[in-house]
Write a protein that binds this ligand. Structure first.
Ligand code: SF4
Length: 369
């Protein structure tokens, strides 16, 4: 399990190693054909800041070779904001006093129909808070069964589960699972996640092994930018990704680097990542791993998403609502975070085409399952 592997790496030593990287290390990393984690550390280090242009060119080349001129389109569907956890940065935090909403199956069906009217989406991301008795495995199984006729590719972003539960959901149409570790700094993790199942670092970080062992087709990972030193966190995530690729080689992988947005409760990020730094990180990941799907959500601004489309990003959400029931009406339900790109899916698709790329709505078919 990755928790045991992670113990081999010291957070502080990793930070020091990144900070000690020089321009020469960056040049060596750029000149190699196959890079390792040490090269990745050089590429995300402050020493690589003057090398953004050659990094962008390389990232563009690898992305074009592996993905062509395509951007895969997906849309989230929030089904429940009930949550027993107390993540200090999240509007759905258990302590926030607001009326919780868990969609009925009729409401889920209505949401699916409303999403299909927005655009020809086939990749649906089903999102829920963590409240096992309300939105646990039984509930999610029903949601998948209701959503299945409308979409070819179903991914969940919900509580970590047991291996047998992941397997059970794959039998009801589940294709992918997204889970953010938030941070790999175990001591700090406990201060951000003080209660509920999410407070157990080991359970969460080993969840990816359980997904792989259950045969989940695609696994999405990420750290929440704004908690701890982002360079150290993404280095740990890169190690985690390499471990998963080795152990669960049949699975496809995606990564995402969500930058913290204002949420109910007004939590202020400890660390701010600039657009330039996010671009540097995106290029560095593509240069390290040519095949990983890099996803940008509507947290990011339209102009920035457009610029990054040719330089490493391979999937994007569009038209997102981050409250349960948000596509059918504009209910009073609380949003998890505010979106920055509020354009319609068709407007986003038109821009992708104008930039010479193809928006891909469908890249998976039910018959492959
Ligand atoms: S981040 Fe997820 S688990 Fe944490 S409070 Fe929000 S909905 Fe619950």
């Amino acid at each position: 399990m990755f928790y045991d592997e992670l113990k081999r790496f010291s957070w502080d030593e990793t930070t020091r190693e990144i900070e000690s990287k020089t321009a020469r290390d960056v040049e060596i990393a750029l000149s190699k054909e196959h890079r390792d984690i040490s090269d990745f550390m050089a590429l995300i280090s402050p020493a690589a800041a003057p090398y953004l242009e050659p990094m962008a060119r390389l990232s563009h080349r690898y992305t074009l070779e592996r993905f062509g001129k395509t951007i895969s389109m997906y849309i989230p569907m929030y089904v429940s904001n009930a949550c027993t956890n107390g993540c200090v940065y999240c509007g759905f935090n258990h302590a926030n006093p607001f009326t919780r909403v868990t969609l009925t199956m009729d409401q889920v069906k209505a949401e699916c129909e409303a999403i299909r009217r927005l655009g020809p989406f086939e990749n649906l991301l089903i999102v829920s808070g963590e409240f096992p008795s309300l939105n646990g495995v039984n509930y999610l199984e029903k949601v998948l069964q209701v959503a299945r006729p409308y979409f070819n590719n179903l991914t969940i972003e919900v509580m970590p589960m047991k291996e047998r539960d992941y397997y059970r959901l794959t039998q009801s149409g589940l294709n992918g699972v997204v889970c953010f570790q938030e941070t790999y700094h175990e001591a700090a993790y406990k201060t951000y996640h003080p209660r509920g199942m999410k407070s157990i670092f080991e359970w969460r970080v080993n969840g990816f092994d359980r997904m792989g062992a259950a045969g989940v087709h695609k696994i999405g990972m990420g750290v929440l930018i704004g908690l701890e030193d982002w360079r150290t966190d993404v280095t740990m995530m890169a190690r985690h990704l390499q471990y998963l690729r080795k152990n669960y080689w049949r699975t496809r992988y995606s990564i995402n680097f969500p930058r913290m947005c204002p949420a109910e409760g007004g939590y202020q990020p400890k660390v701010i990542m600039s657009d330039r730094e996010l671009a540097q990180l995106t290029f560095a990941f593509r240069i390290l791993d040519h095949d990983v799907d890099i996803s940008y959500s509507t947290r990011e601004a339209p102009e920035f998403r457009a610029n990054m489309m040719k330089l490493g990003v391979t999937s994007m959400s569009a038209g997102s609502k981050t409250e349960p029931g948000g596509y059918v009406s504009s209910p009073d339900a609380l949003e998890q975070f505010e979106v920055t790109d509020s354009r319609t899916p068709l407007q986003v698709a038109a821009e992708i085409k104008a930039l010479g790329y193809e928006p891909v709505w469908k890249d998976w078919d039910k018959i492959f399952d």
